[in-house]
Each structure stands twice: as C-alpha cells, then as structure tokens.
Design a protein around this ligand. Structure first.
Ligand SMILES: Cc1cc2nc3c(=O)[nH]c(=O)nc-3n(C[C@H](O)[C@H](O)[C@H](O)COP(=O)(O)OP(=O)(O)OC[C@H]3O[C@@H](n4cnc5c(N)ncnc54)[C@H](O)[C@@H]3O)c2cc1C
Length: 298
C-alpha cells in the first residue's frame, strides 16, 4: 500500500514520466531509455528457434527482438567460463539510486531476478515515488474504501500483518488510486460494495467479463530438451507481430516463453541459507553443468 501526503518538486518525478508516456513522441523516448533488446551475442536458443519458424512459415518480416525492461551487458556471452555465475553480472546504480546488476541469463524473470537485472517497479517507479515523498507500507492489506462524511475524501481500511496477527487501521486521502492488479482491485471494490456496503453505487458489471489477458500458451515437444533450453535466458526475447490485424481481423503477438528451472533455484536458495549439505552442493554442480554444457548457443 502506498500513501502520498505531499509531493516534493523534483526533476524527473512520476508525473513527469506519466506526461512523457502520454504523448507518442515522449513514449518512444521513455521506452528507449528504459527498455533494451537482447544483443546479437546473447541470442537464446528459443530466440533462434522462433526466428527459424518465422522464416519457414514466410513471416520473417514480422519477426523481431522485443523490448525488455532488463539491463544487459553487451560483453556477456555463453562462451564465458560459468556464464551464469553472478560474478559476470556488472553492478551499476540506476537513475533512482538503486543498485542493479546486468543479466546473466538465469532464466528466472518470472520468479524474481537474483542479480536485479530486471528493471522492476521497486527499483524504479516505487523508488522514485519514495524519494518524491510517498510512503510505501509493506505488509498492509487494504480491505475496503469508504467516502468520509463530507464526501470529498476517502478512507481506506487496512490490516497490518504483524507478528502473525492482523492489526486494523485506516488512512484518509483526497484521492485514492486503486492499483491492486485486476484481481486485487476488483476484490477491494466488491468488498466495498457488497460486504461493507461503503460504495453501494459501484456498477453491477464489476468483475464480469474478466479474462487472463487473453493469453494462449501453445507448447511444442522436443525429444531433446537441450534443443530448446527453456530454462535459460530472458523469459521472453522474440516476437512475431500480427498487430496489423491482417489475420482474420485479429490483432495479436506471438512470443517465445521460457520457464524457470525450479529444482536448480530451490537448491541454490537452500545453499544460500545457513544450511549446507554436500549432496545438495553436488546436485547443484550437476544441474549447472548440465545447463551450460548442453546449451547449443555456446
Ligand atoms: C507469470 C506472468 C508473466 C507476465 N509476463 C509479462 C510480460 O512479459 N510482459 C508484460 O508486459 N506483462 C506481463 N505480465 C502481466 C503484468 O505482470 C501485469 O499486467 C502487471 O503486473 C499489472 O500491473 P499492476 O500494477 O496493475 O498489478 P500488479 O503488478 O499485480 O500489482 C498489484 C499489487 O497490489 C498488491 N495488492 C493486491 N491486493 C492488495 C490489497 N488488498 N492490499 C494491498 N495490496 C494489494 C499486490 O500484492 C501487488 O503488489 C505477466 C504476468 C504474469 C502473472
């Protein structure tokens, strides 16, 4: 939960960014600063498979690298000794003063990057918001919203999770922005309308026609997993652009999609804790060697 009691006038504030994003010219420049593409020396196996498929199907002109909110070091490549070792991630301080690292193709974009190569909200907009005066309150679960007596202000009721218990509290503001995701925001509004009856005028259409982003996952089967290397590299790196609506009037993108190596990540997490076992250490070495030596990108 984020509360803003005042904003300091600082250059490059969030509102500046929003304004920049609202104009097509500004958006192009903002993307140029924030998003990068996988460089030629770092193309993943999935990228190459997708490019091959596009060429075979006659869609080579629709194939491109997608812009990613990830920081890359152009010097990194699959031929480095132990390429996924954190020692190859170069650290730098981003414009918000947060320390980040460069991508070493750990394949964990979906579950959190160990070297902070993803330009995530906490390292960017939230950090910028905090330095502009916003108060970020972790472990606070908003429950419902209600207008306060004069109707000009709103009160958000929350529960703070502390020592295994829930401590109730409230906070008031002139403006409340619900940004709890499509599920969280819908839940908050449903509770406010139906459970607490604090926002009775919320539309009966709320929550209907919800969809999971209209995503369709289409798996393919390869007899040798090394041909795909699904657990290595940025989760998405390539796309086929059909946004012109030329196929049956539908506008869509096809993208490659990786999947984290959960076993290797579990073993790594275990070894980072105080707990140590020679068996787990050997298992980690085995899994890592398998990932690196079987990668056709080398
Ligand atoms: C597996 C996966 C992969 C994805 N990959 C991509 C991708 O490659 N590219 C892309 O563009 N998009 C991707 N998306 C979609 C993208 O993540 C979402 O569109 C985006 O995160 C939505 O942002 P948001 O701020 O609206 O909500 P969220 O990012 O969901 O943030 C909502 C926040 O509100 C908090 N919250 C919820 N309820 C409450 C409450 N009651 N009180 C307090 N806090 C609450 C949540 O904990 C969360 O931190 C992916 C999504 C998933 C699940």
């Amino acid at each position: 939960m984020i509360t803003v009691s005042h904003t300091r006038a600082t250059g490059g504030s969030i509102s500046d960014c929003i304004e920049e994003w609202q104009s097509p010219k500004g958006r192009a420049s903002a993307v140029g600063r924030c998003a990068t593409r996988v460089s030629y020396g770092q193309l993943t196996q999935r990228y190459k498979l997708m490019r091959q498929a596009a060429q075979r199907e006659g869609f080579a002109d629709r194939f491109h690298s997608v812009p990613l909110a990830v920081s890359f070091d152009p010097q990194w490549n699959y031929d480095l000794p132990q390429p996924h070792s954190p020692r190859h991630s170069r650290t730098f301080t981003n414009p918000q003063g947060q320390v980040q690292g460069t991508c070493i193709h750990l394949g964990t974009c979906d579950i959190g990057c160990d070297v902070r190569a993803k330009n995530t909200l906490d390292l960017n907009y939230l950090a910028a918001a905090e330095s502009a005066g916003a108060d970020v309150r972790p472990l606070h679960r908003a429950r419902f919203v209600r207008p306060v007596v004069d109707g000009q202000r709103y009160e958000v009721a929350f529960e703070r999770i502390a020592d295994g218990a829930l401590e109730p509290g409230t906070v008031r503001a002139d403006k409340v922005v619900l940004a709890a995701g499509s599920l969280g925001s819908t839940e908050l509004l449903l509770r406010s309308r139906d459970q607490y009856a604090t926002l009775p005028a919320v539309s009966p259409a709320l929550g209907s026609r919800w969809s999971a982003n209209a995503n369709v996952l289409t798996p393919d089967i390869y007899s040798n997993p090394a041909d795909v290397q699904q657990t290595v590299g940025p989760t998405i790196s390539a796309g086929l652009d059909f946004m012109d609506g030329s196929v049956a009037g539908q506008r869509f993108m096809l993208e490659d999609d990786g999947f984290p190596n959960f076993l290797l990540n579990t073993v790594n997490a275990k070894l980072r804790s105080q707990w140590f076992s020679p068996f787990v250490w050997l298992l980690k070495r085995h899994l890592q060697r398998h990932v690196v030596s079987n990668n056709p990108c080398r």
